[in-house]
Design a protein around this ligand. Structure first.
Ligand SMILES: Nc1nc2c(ncn2[C@@H]2O[C@H](COP(=O)(O)OP(=O)(O)OP(=O)(O)O)[C@@H](O)[C@H]2O)c(=O)[nH]1
Ligand SMILES: [Mg+2]
Length: 339
C-alpha cells in the first residue's frame, strides 16, 4: 500500500481529556454514556481504520498520563512522531492547568513533530522581530496538520463557550509561534454530548481524503440531474460527513440549520445502534413531509447518500436516482474517489 493512501494520525492530550472516548464513539459506534467506563490508555493503542477510496488510517491513541507522555516525547519520540500526517491534540476545557502544564506538553509535542519531520516549514525559526509568524493552513506547507480540540465544552456555560475558545486559541497560537512553530493549526470546541464532535472529525477526515474537489464535481452533477436541493455524502461506518453540495438557489435559505449535517450524523448513528440492538440492521431511511422529502440510502460499499428535495416529491423518484447513480460512484470509489 502506498504511503499516500496510508495516513498516520496521532491522538494526544493529557490523561482524562477524552481521546479514547472520541475514538470509541466515532470509530466503534459506542454510546457517549458508555465512555464513563473506559480505563486509562496504557502506552499507545493503535488501530487501523479502512476508509473509502483505499485510504487507511493508522490511528495512534497515545496514553496521556505524565509517565507515558514523557516516554512518547523521549525514548519513543521517533517511533511516535515520525511520518505523521496529522496530530489531533485534545485539551480538557475544564482543566485547571489548561494554559500551564497542559499547554507545555502540547508545545513539546509540536517540537517533537518538527524534529522528527524536519522537511516541514514548522522547523523554521520565529520571526526576527519576535512577533508571531503568519499562520498557514494545516498541511499546506507539506508538514503535518495540527488540529487542536478544546474538549468537554458541555461543561462550560453556553454563553462563555465562544469566548473561551477564542481566548484559548489566541493564547496557544501565541505560545506556539514564540516556540518557533510556523505551521498551521485549526481549533475546534467539541463535546461527546453533541454534534460538535462530528463537525470537528468530519473536517479532520476531509483533510485526509485525497481528492474531495473532484468528488464534489460528481455530486454537483448528481444534484442537478436529480433536481434535488441538497446532497450529503457520509462515510458508512463512522457516518462522518465526507462532502455535501447544495443547490445554489437554496444555499442562502436561512431556515436551514447550519449544524444539520452533524446532527444527522449523530441521530443516524444513534438510530443505527438502536436497530442493531433489536437485531434489525439499518438499511435506509425515508422522511416525507409536505415541505420536503429526504432519502438516506447506501450509495457505494463505503458510503451513504442523503438526497433532500423540496416539496412533496415521491420518495421512489429519489430512490430511483440513487439506484441509477450507484454504478458511477462505485466505479469512482474503486479508483480512489476520483483521485
Ligand atoms: N463531560 C464530558 N466528559 C467527557 C467528554 N469526553 C470524554 N469524557 C469523559 O472523560 C473521561 C475520560 O475519558 P478517556 O477517553 O478515557 O480519556 P483519555 O484521554 O483517553 O485518557 P488516557 O487514556 O488516560 O490518556 C471519561 O469518563 C469520559 O466519559 C466530554 O465531551 N464531556
Ligand atoms: Mg485513553
Amino acid at each position: 500500500m502506498s504511503s499516500k493512501s496510508r495516513k498516520k494520525v496521532l491522538l494526544m492530550g493529557k490523561s482524562g481529556s477524552g481521546k479514547t472516548s472520541m475514538r470509541a464513539i466515532i470509530f466503534k459506534s459506542q454510546l457517549a454514556a458508555d465512555t464513563r467506563r473506559l480505563g486509562a490508555t496504557i502506552d499507545v493503542e493503535s488501530s487501523q481504520i479502512k476508509f473509502l477510496g483505499g485510504l487507511r488510517l493508522d490511528l495512534w491513541d497515545c496514553g496521556g498520563q505524565d509517565s507515558f507522555m514523557d516516554s512518547h516525547l523521549t525514548a519513543q519520540s521517533s517511533t511516535v512522531f515520525r511520518s505523521v500526517h496529522s496530530l489531533i491534540y485534545i485539551f480538557d476545557a475544564e482543566s485547571p492547568e489548561l494554559l500551564t502544564s497542559d499547554t507545555v506538553y502540547f508545545l513539546k509535542c509540536l517540537r517533537a513533530l518538527r524534529d522528527q519531520n524536519p522537511s516541514s516549514s514548522s522547523s523554521a525559526a520565529p520571526a526576527a522581530n519576535g512577533s508571531p509568524a503568519p499562520t498557514s493552513a494545516p498541511g499546506e506547507d507539506g508538514g503535518p496538520m495540527v488540529f487542536v480540540l478544546l474538549h468537554k465544552m458541555d461543561l462550560v456555560p453556553v454563553d462563555l463557550q465562544a469566548s473561551k475558545l477564542a481566548e484559548f486559541e489566541n493564547e496557544v497560537t501565541k505560545k506556539a509561534r514564540e516556540g518557533g512553530y510556523k505551521g498551521g493549526m485549526q481549533f475546534y470546541g467539541t463535546s461527546i454530548w453533541n454534534e460538535t464532535l462530528y463537525k470537528a472529525w468530519s473536517i479532520v477526515i476531509s483533510h485526509l481524503m485525497p481528492s474531495l474537489a473532484s468528488l464534489r464535481t460528481h455530486l454537483n452533477s448528481f444534484l442537478s440531474l436529480s433536481s434535488a436541493s441538497e446532497i450529503v455524502l457520509f462515510e458508512r461506518t463512522t457516518f462522518l460527513v465526507i462532502s455535501s453540495v447544495t443547490n445554489e438557489d437554496e444555499s442562502h435559505d436561512t431556515e436551514w440549520d447550519e449544524r444539520r449535517f452533524e446532527r444527522i450524523s449523530t441521530m443516524v448513528k444513534a438510530f443505527k445502534l438502536g436497530c442493531s440492538k433489536i437485531r434489525s440492521p439499518f438499511s435506509s431511511l425515508t422522511v416525507s413531509t409536505p415541505h420536503y422529502t429526504a432519502v438516506l440510502d447506501a450509495l457505494t460499499p463505503e458510503t451513504y447518500i442523503l438526497v433532500v428535495a423540496k416539496g412533496a416529491i415521491q420518495p421512489a423518484a429519489l430512490e430511483l436516482n440513487i439506484r441509477l447513480g450507484r454504478p458511477h460512484f462505485a466505479k469512482l470509489e474503486a479508483i480512489g474517489m476520483g483521485r
